[in-house]
Design a protein around this ligand. Sequence first.
Ligand SMILES: [Zn+2]
Length: 390
Amino acid sequence: MRKVVGLLMLLYSFGFAAYLEELKWPKGETFLTFLEKNGLPPSIYYSLEREDQELAAEIVAGVRYHVLRSEDHSLEQVLIPIGEELQMHLKKGADTFVMEIIPIVYQSEDLVLSLDIQHSPHSDIIKKTNNHALANEFSSSFRGGVNVRSLQKGDRLVVLYHQKRRLGKQFGTINIDVSMIETGKKEHYVFYYQESYYDAAGKELENFLLANPVNYTRISSPFSTKRLHPILKTYRAHLGIDYAARVGTPVKSAGSGKVVFVGNKGGYGKTIEVSHDSSYKTLYAHLNGFAKGLSRGKSVKQGQLIGYVGNTGLSSGPHLHFGLYRNNTAINPASVVKIAKNSLGGKELKAFLAYSEGLKQKAHNALTQKHSFVVEENFEYAHSLDKKML
Ligand SMILES: [Zn+2]
């Protein structure tokens, strides 16, 4: 219902003859080829600022984007998400199309799911919610080491999580606050804390550790998913970390995995992408060149030379742009690049225990509830859609 209201509002603001299409970004499509396909001048891309051109290289194949067409089917506006916070907004101006980066308007939902385990947590969550992302995230929350063996019929699971909804549909990553499995009257908890999973005693469980990809002189630009320029009032994002280093400095794979991309990638210039397991991927951009023999499909070890720092693509100076993606969503590499798991102690542990106690109580209470339900919803969304946002 909310979705229908939203769409009607959009159509209303453009006259009823205009119509909205939801499409999936095709594999191999770039912002440039998209412009070309739609008969738009490439100057739209080339006149963008450096950072915006870099962002255009972040469009993910398969992402849902929206096109508004007028009565005669000609393109009026296009909205393409870049990450989870911002989107490219292409719209018809007085004589040509213009592009701006604007925030994604979404609704945030806090949810609780509580159910009997019939088969396995993963398949039961899918059966109940049809939400594969949630099932995967629940499984990975337990992957790091909380030992839950020999599940039996009648055991239960509880998960407190939040997700985003855009135009009525779920989008972006699932964020779990606490996962719990009750088996044999014992409750096993996993908490999400400081961008990682911890057990109830404050021991870090996440076992994906990355090595530094380069010996750098300084971080020339940190990670951000949404930043408002204080004077220009424009939005920007930087979906990776820039490490300043001399041209030719060796670039090493931050983890073991498989090379999934070697080549030119728009504003990123010479780029390598390495997939580490089903959920993590790293990206190395603005390279000067690639290591000998490196090609798509090759396996690489953590610390293995894969390329050299350069200044290719749209780069303000020699640096490595290092990106980290979890389920195709950019996350801050600084939260994962470390050498050992963390065990909280002292003040930190105290703060963690205080934080986790409330969640534990909530999850425990949910054990007696039979169904998933929405705890809190932000209904502002439906009213905030306006002409500017489409
Ligand atoms: Zn960068």
